[in-house]
Design a protein around this ligand. Structure first.
Ligand SMILES: Cc1cc2nc3c(=O)[nH]c(=O)nc-3n(C[C@H](O)[C@H](O)[C@H](O)COP(=O)(O)O)c2cc1C
Length: 373
């Protein structure tokens, strides 16, 4: 496999804490707030500390350590209006939106923000959200069949003047969206990210998504997914960018950082973690090969909703920067980061970790381009 893109700088996104309880299911003190004032300040700080993207989460009801949740598309628009350069990705569920209505919303958000709106299509793990809203909960691979149509409809509406679509889930008849999203050079339409790591998710990414998001993984786990997604994408003459989740704990010494991780896991909200673990395993086991994204997660991994400890960005700024660049060499284009105390740690990241990443990248650019196995 060829290595990652050495020329382009690796990019960074952060998880918007628009859901209460932070990004870890733990009773440890978290100086992070899910409200708008905190998030507005955080978004501005993030764009001034090297972040290109923010990702809002979608959750409709209280569950597993998340008692309150702000709606993702509305909250994302508010953050777009509060910032200058940050691109904000709103997570959305096919099945709870009509893609035409979402396409319209995103076109407006894109117009209001000068071309900075994006979406993360998540196929869902939380059955109760659908059943409590009276909507059917489809089987795992059916959810992906619907998501794939959903993405095709978004793209059709955003890029054609007489949009037509005939699918099993959605239909369009000569639909003309006005205004279209902003015409940004190099971007045919608002970027489409997707969550999900099962076989069905990898195939969908190869066929239709611009970006594939992986849960936290070690080097081998990343290589395996990149290979699968690229293989599928090559069949369609496409390329897909790769984003990797990580819960980042940077401290002046490695011992301090490890101690924070120990405390997070030691103070885990056991009941909530176990409830979350059983819900996500059920969702993934419904995949025909049982390879949903949390299938091999241990208790400690599940304390972070998206296996973020497994990426291992825990240690000193030097250790973390080296690991980030090692992942980049394998093909990771973007890191999706979560933090314990957002305002403090986003700034520490920007001042202490990011400059080291850029130095290592500059060294790589000076070095001969390597090719992997
Ligand atoms: C980066 C990322 C972000 C996600 N965000 C959400 C979210 O905001 N809301 C949600 O219900 N699911 C979210 N998911 C989970 C997906 O809905 C899906 O259940 C999960 O990825 C499992 O898919 P799989 O069975 O294909 O592995 C996210 C997944 C990833 C990787």
């Amino acid at each position: 496999m060829s290595v990652g893109n050495i020329e382009n700088p690796v990019r960074f996104a952060y998880w918007v804490p628009n859901v209460s309880g932070g990004l870890v299911v733990s009773k440890i003190e978290q100086r992070t707030d899910w409200g708008y004032d905190y998030n507005r300040e955080l978004a501005v700080l993030a764009e001034n500390n090297g972040f290109d993207y923010a990702l809002s989460q979608v959750r409709y009801i209280a569950s597993y350590g998340a008692a309150y949740q702000h709606e993702s598309t509305g909250f994302s628009l508010a953050l777009l209006l509060a910032t200058q350069r940050l691109k904000v990705i709103a997570a959305i569920h096919p099945g709870l939106w009509h893609p035409g209505v979402l396409a319209k919303f995103v076109a407006t958000a894109d117009q209001l923000s000068g071309g900075r709106a994006a979406v993360n299509v998540v196929s869902g793990w939380f059955k109760d959200e659908f059943t409590k809203l009276g909507e059917p909960w489809l089987e795992h691979d059916e959810r992906y069949r619907r998501s794939e149509e959903f993405i095709r409809v978004l793209r059709e509406i955003w890029t054609s003047e007489h949009a037509e679509f005939g699918g099993d889930f959605y239909r369009l008849h000569d639909f003309d969206l006005r205004p279209k999203p902003v015409d940004v050079p190099g971007r045919p339409h608002p970027e489409i990210f997707q969550g999900g790591n099962s076989t069905a998710a990898r195939r969908m990414a190869g066929r239709v998504s611009d970006w594939y998001f992986s849960n936290g993984r070690d080097f081998d786990g990343v290589v395996e997914q990149i290979r699968d997604v690229r293989t599928e994408a090559a069949l369609y003459g496409r390329s897909v960018q790769f984003g990797l989740n990580a819960f980042l704990i940077a401290r002046d010494s490695e011992a301090e950082a490890r101690e924070v991780l120990r405390e997070i896991v030691g103070k885990a909200d056991r009941e909530a973690v176990e409830g979350f673990g059983s819900a996500v395993r059920q969702a993934g086991q419904a995949a025909p090969d049982g390879k949903g994204m949390w299938q091999d997660s241990e208790f400690a991994d599940l304390v972070q909703y998206n296996d973020g400890f497994r990426t291992g960005l825990i240690g000193t700024p030097e250790q973390i920067a080296e690991r980030i660049v090692a992942y980049k060499r394998l093909g990771v284009d973007l890191f999706l980061l979560g933090f314990l105390h957002y305002l403090e740690e986003v700034e520490y990241f920007g001042k202490r970790v990011l400059p080291l990443v850029r130095e290592l990248e500059a060294e790589d650019r000076g070095a001969p381009v390597r090719t992997g196995s």
